[in-house]
Design a protein around this ligand. Structure first.
Ligand code: NIG
Ligand code: FE
Length: 389
């Protein structure tokens, strides 16, 4: 069995406790895709191969638990309009739906590989991908098939918005989403999500769709309170959603409810950054002891970023996280949002998904925003350059 040693680690982040579990001047050994030893660099055992971390920081690979990474087209004009005063709303999604419907599976594979390669170069090792830019049976299946080429964490989001052809028959679309479309999506996905918000789906429609997904064996997650506050958080808890995401318009009762539930609160700092929203939402959730994750929300409308380090920096400056809390939320938090404790930490026995940084401290992830600090990304112990599932 071949072994690999990462030596000369200035700061090793293990996340083995409820905090970062930092070991200074450390080393780590990998065997069979897993972490088998962590400790002082001076006590490191021999191994078949070794990587010199050159005094840099080693963290668990980032777990990006919320993306819409399979799409075609460009919405940079929407961004420019927003930055000069127009408000983010659900209408722009339809532009991406038109472009994605016309794209072939091969084009979508190419686009997605390019997006995920960028995620990976920024230290991401696990990515969740939602559908939701197809909104008819054929295109939703096409997107999920593409997503499944890249990750096991695939999510059916037929309930993203109501497509143009169903605008005067909204209940007809809900029926399709929870019926024929859901059955067609089933072989390609693990999770089901609904955009429960103004201009998208009501709480009652969302409940019916999520329950149909659960009955078919999909596990729920939800876009909640991004644009307006509804009782979406209550619904998330009622259906035991793994995660309630966005939460920007949440009130104190929502925060308390999340804190006493097993639903992870997933915040999307890139979306807050690109839609001009601010408020110490992270601080409020963390002070209430909610379980919190950070993800990119990578999509062409509200958050076209592939960088988890950028999201960590934005979480600190916009949402009230400390750097420690933001790094934990981007690793162990994301893992909790995907209900997978095998990733997001570097405890003995965990998957060797690792980012090696060329900085002496993890603090640099926020302190040097926009700077490429990730030197190497390892997935299941192997150094990777293109995205592999
Ligand atoms: O998570 N909120 C809904 N969906 C995406 C945005 C999609 C888009 O604008 O294309 C989000 O922000
Ligand atoms: Fe989203």
């Amino acid at each position: 069995m071949s072994s690999k040693l990462i030596r000369n680690i200035g700061q090793l982040i293990t996340n083995s406790e409820r905090d970062l579990g930092i070991i200074n001047d450390a080393a780590l050994v990998i065997e069979e895709h897993k972490v088998v030893w962590v400790g002082a660099n001076s006590a490191a055992p021999d191994a078949d191969e070794s990587i010199d971390a050159l005094g840099g920081t080693v963290t668990p690979g980032f777990v990006d638990s919320h993306t819409h990474a399979v799409f075609a087209g460009d919405r940079s004009k929407d961004y420019v309009a927003r930055m000069t005063g127009s408000k983010y709303a659900t209408g722009g999604i339809k532009t991406t739906v038109a472009a994605t419907r016309s794209a072939s599976e091969a084009e979508l594979i190419k686009n997605t590989q390019s997006v995920l390669r960028k995620c990976q170069s920024q230290g991401t090792t696990t990515v969740e991908i939602k559908s939701g830019y197809g909104l008819n049976v054929e295109s939703e299946v096409k997107i999920l098939k593409v997503a499944q080429e890249f990750t096991d964490e695939t999510t059916y989001l037929g309930a993203h918005v109501i497509p143009i052809e169903f605008e005067s028959n909204r209940n007809g679309y809900v029926k399709l989403v929870k019926g024929e479309m859901l059955q067609a999506a089933l072989p390609y996905c693990k999770w089901i999500d609904v955009f429960c918000d103004t201009g998208a789906f009501t709480v009652d429609q969302s409940r019916r769709i999520l329950n149909a997904g659960r009955a078919a064996g999909m596990m729920p997650r939800i876009h909640a309170n991004q644009l307006t506050r509804t009782s979406a958080v209550e619904l998330a808890i009622e259906v035991d959603a793994a995660s309630a995401d966005h939460l920007s318009a949440s009130n104190d009762a929502d925060i308390e409810a999340l804190a006493s539930s097993s639903t992870v609160a997933t915040l999307l700092p890139g979306a807050e950054f690109s839609t001009g929203h601010q408020g110490k939402l992270g601080r409020r959730l963390l002070d209430a002891h909610a379980q919190v994750a950070i993800a990119t929300d990578c999509n062409p409308g509200s958050s076209f970023t592939t960088s988890m380090p950028f999201c960590i920096a934005a979480a600190v400056s916009l949402l009230g996280f400390t750097v420690d809390e933001a790094l934990y939320a981007a690793t162990a938090g994301g893992a909790a949002a995907l209900r997978n404790s095998d990733i997001g930490n570097l405890a003995i026995g965990s998957r060797a998904d690792i980012a090696i940084l060329k900085s002496p401290s993890y603090v640099h992830l926020a302190y040097r925003p926009g700077v490429q600090l990730v030197e190497k990304t390892l997935k299941a112990g192997r150094e990777v350059n293109t995205w592999q599932k």
